[in-house]
Design a protein around this ligand. Structure first.
Ligand SMILES: [Zn+2]
Length: 141
């Protein structure tokens, strides 16, 4: 059985070296679909549920929304993005250093890994960068 909950967050980023407009600093209102796969809970207050949607919300807000929302997401190995992050941090502005270039594809992998590490039985992360463009990362078979 699978359940899905949808979240939104706002972040700025850039793709240094991109051959189009995404090389510029810009932002997105991301829509994030988290799908969890597990058996149904058999007894007690949560009987008939894969997971309480309220518990899923708490976990995703703590591990994803809190660090990502209204932050400058940047690739820590990229010199130019790191320079911008250092400038922002000097002004006490929120940044989030990531180990990958901040494409929608890579962000979905990053979010998947963070939720898995937090103990969530996540099976798919779908990240919408615009209402028409998304990347999805699913559990390898
Ligand atoms: Zn973008």
């Amino acid at each position: 059985m699978k359940i899905t909950k949808i979240f939104t967050f706002d972040s700025s980023h850039m793709l240094n070296g991109h051959d189009g407009k995404c090389r510029n600093l810009h932002g997105h209102t991301y829509s994030l679909e988290i799908t969890v796969s597990d058996g149904l809970i058999e007894a007690g207050a949560k009987a008939g549920m894969v997971m309480d949607f309220a518990d899923l919300k708490t976990l995703v807000e703590q591990h994803i929304i809190e660090p990502f929302d209204h932050a400058f997401l940047y690739h820590g190995a990229n010199a130019r993005e790191s320079q911008i992050a250092a400038l922002l941090e000097g002004w006490q502005m929120k940044t989030l250093r990531l180990p990958r270039r901040t494409t929608a594809e890579n962000l979905s992998v990053e979010i998947y890994g963070r939720l898995k590490a937090a103990g969530l039985p996540v099976c798919s992360v779908k990240l919408w960068e615009t209402p028409a463009s998304c990347a999805e990362y699913s559990e390898p078979p």
